[in-house]
Design a binder for this molecule. Structure first.
Ligand code: AHR
Length: 662
């Protein structure tokens, strides 16, 4: 903090008398403007980069139901193992039978490699469950965790036996306590008796999940998600909603009910990029729509599901009309939307509301938003969306419907999309922009001139993709912060914004940048994570007018590289100002808080770094983190107007949030 400047400002009073080279942000603290939606800063979860299976979803066993097309993918078998397909779960019929290997020295069993290994933490309990039946109603298995990391240590470090006591299918459970942390263990199961045993849905789950839910989320990732304070959670895609063929589109009805009977889906990100090909990437749907609604509730975010509009991915089926659902065959897709609303909100006497209650949540989830279609464009989309809007609005007029303006941030298809969404009376339009540094720095006024009479804006996917540097380095995150001042200043029309994508496994990613990265035991938050968090935790309730050096807002490229926005929290009168210095020089910034008296101190949160290529990593997760501080605020009186002044020296390439309490 530049104390000399603070005292100079104090002596001079309000903004008009400040030194010429200072940048003065004049904020009218008594003129609360547009309300800022609770949904303003949110996140987008898509099962890309092993975000669900192998990521947020707690399951540690890959191919637990033997339903992958290569039924034993992820498993090594030894001895006398047979695969069968007449198991107890109709939609997941495969299972294995372990029989005696023929000599007492020989073994029968199988071993699972997990997702890039199985991660366990020292002292934590892991719940092993299996559906099993035994020949003659009695058999025994041995369950072990195997160390894989060193040649010397390729042996079990936890071992326990489980008696199988019935000739009929039954679920069994045992708890394994891990004596050590291991990022790359395997799960091994031996037949430990003469009698054969049949095994199905073999699962290993941390007991200690986020919010202790049994079919729950990895605790550290769930907590990190909650700590963003996201206002909205978009799910499940993204292109995954569409699939590259209709066959592997996301079908929400397949993702609810008992996990043992949820059919497997091929994950379209398995093969999207040749250089990041993952032959074992499937969707178990263990993290399905029930778990999604519950997660949204657990983290205090509004759910925002996206459903298929009867179209496959347009990129991969370049406007081939035949690849999509015929216009007269859309009814099942429309019904999926209506049924999802009933599943989320219907009372327990309705068909789908009852299913929700049976899964353990009798109270409605109170879903308010539904997006239909993701990144679709032109008439193929518009003509399909029309009957959805009609049917959904007729039955559920209060559900806010979201259409898309396609994959481009501007241009002809984008304009057509907006026009069509306006004509169809969509409530919000989902815009996507993965653009470079230049784009983010030059769109500081993107929303100022948007038509205020049409649909609202949902910035549904965005991130700054560095030119030739598509990773999570500091510079791009800083420019995201600068761009976001425009979202905030235009909160009357921009009602939601969700950064994308959310999660990435360090060994299994297809797309970057992403908000959070992890291996099987550790995680780190990127600088973009902190940018989102700083906005979400300082959302405020209303926009405040802000003049930068007497001009209405920052220029298209900021003024002197400075970007700013201001909000107030009407509940307690707190004023929050966000300033981003994207320039290469330290800047003197003065906040002139008109109408604010009694303030004495601001709490500041600062993200700063001198190395633009620096990033957080698994080994250095805290290299760039927000730092707390304080700044003095001086009260002054200009004529009849009370005014507080805060003068600061903002380092080059820095994002600072000032919270000024009355
Ligand atoms: O976020 C990754 C992908 O980017 C999404 O699936 C898609 O909507 C966009 O093109």
């Amino acid at each position: 903090m530049n104390t000399k400047l603070i005292f100079a400002s104090l002596a001079l009073g309000c903004a008009s008398s400040l030194m010429a080279q200072e940048h003065v942000m004049t904020i009218e603290t008594k003129k609360a403007g547009a309300d800022i939606a609770k949904t303003m800063y949110g996140v987008f979860f898509e099962d890309i980069n092993y975000a669900a299976d192998g990521g947020l979803y707690g399951e540690l066993v890959k191919n637990r139901s033997f339903e992958f097309p290569q039924s034993l993918m992820g498993w090594q078998t030894f001895g006398n193992v047979k695969l069968k397909n007449d198991g107890p779960f109709e939609r997941c019929p495969h299972y294995v039978v372990l029989s005696d290997a023929g000599h007492k020295e020989r073994r029968t069993g199988l071993q699972n490699e997990g997702y890039f290994g199985i991660g366990v933490l020292k002292g934590e309990d892991y719940r092993f469950t299996v559906w099993a039946k035994a020949a003659n109603g009695t058999s025994k298995i041995r369950v072990q965790l195997i160390d894989q990391s060193t040649m010397e240590e390729r042996q079990d470090f936890v071992s326990s036996t489980l008696d199988i006591t019935s000739a009929d299918w039954k679920k069994y459970e045992l708890i394994l306590k891990s004596p050590k942390t291991d990022n790359n263990a395997n799960l091994r199961i031996f037949l430990d008796s003469k009698n054969a045993v049949a095994l199905e849905h073999i699962s290993l789950f941390p007991v200690n999940t986020f919010k202790n839910r049994e079919n729950g989320m990895r605790r550290d990732l769930g907590q990190a998600l909650a700590d963003v304070h996201p206002g909205v959670l978009r799910f499940p895609g993204g292109c995954i909603v569409e699939g590259e063929t209709l066959e592997n589109r996301y079908q929400w009805k397949n993702t609810i009910g008992p996990v043992e009977n949820r059919p497997l889906n091929r994950n379209r990100w398995e093969f999207t990029f040749d250089h990041r090909y993952f032959p074992d990437y499937f969707q178990s749907y263990g993290l399905g729509f029930f778990e999604y609604f519950q997660l949204a509730e657990d983290i205090g975010a509004e759910p925002l599901p996206v459903l298929n509009v009867g179209m496959v991915c347009q990129y991969q089926n370049w406007n081939d009309p035949k690849a999509h659902v015929a216009l007269d065959k859309l009814q099942p897709y429309i019904q999926d939307c209506l049924d999802l609303i009933e599943f989320a909100n219907g009372d327990t006497t309705t068909v789908w509301g009852r299913k929700r209650a049976e899964m353990g949540h009798p109270a409605p989830f109170n879903m308010k938003y539904l997006a239909v279609g993701n990144e679709q464009w032109e008439n193929l989309y518009f003509e399909r969306l029309k009957p959805f809007v009609k049917a959904i609005k007729a039955r559920y007029p209060h559900i806010q419907l979201i259409g898309t303006s396609g994959p481009d941030s501007e241009g002809e298809a984008f304009e057509h999309g907006w026009k069509a969404m306006t004509e169809l009376k969509a409530d919000l339009v989902d815009e996507h922009f993965y653009r470079n540094e230049k784009w983010f720095l030059s769109h500081g006024l993107r929303y100022e001139n948007y038509n205020r009479k049409g649909p609202k804006v949902f910035a549904g996917e965005y991130a700054c993709h560095g030119d030739g540097k598509k990773w999570n380095h500091y510079e791009t995150s800083l420019y995201e912060a600068a761009f976001m001042t425009d979202l905030e200043r235009n909160a009357d029309i921009v009602r939601m914004a969700t950064y994308a994508p959310l999660f990435a496994h360090i060994d299994g990613w297809q797309w970057r940048p992403d908000m959070m990265w992890y291996d099987n035991v550790r995680m780190f938050k990127t600088v973009s994570y902190y940018v989102q968090q700083m906005y979400a935790q300082n959302r405020g309730t209303n926009v405040l007018p802000l003049l930068m050096n007497g001009k209405p807002v920052a220029g298209q490229e900021g003024q002197d590289g400075l970007f700013a926005s201001a909000v107030t929290d009407r509940n307690d009168g707190t004023v929050v100002v966000k300033v981003i210095n994207t320039s290469d020089k330290t800047q003197n910034v003065t906040l002139s808080l008109k109408g604010m008296k009694q303030a004495s101190q601001a709490v500041t949160t600062t993200l700063t770094c001198t190395d633009m290529d620096a990033e957080n990593t698994l080994d250095t997760p805290d290299r760039i983190v927000p730092l707390k501080g304080t700044a003095a605020v001086a009260a002054a009186q200009k004529g009849k107007t009370a005014c507080s002044t805060l003068s600061d020296t903002l380092p080059a390439k820095t994002f600072r949030v000032y919270r000024i309490k009355k």
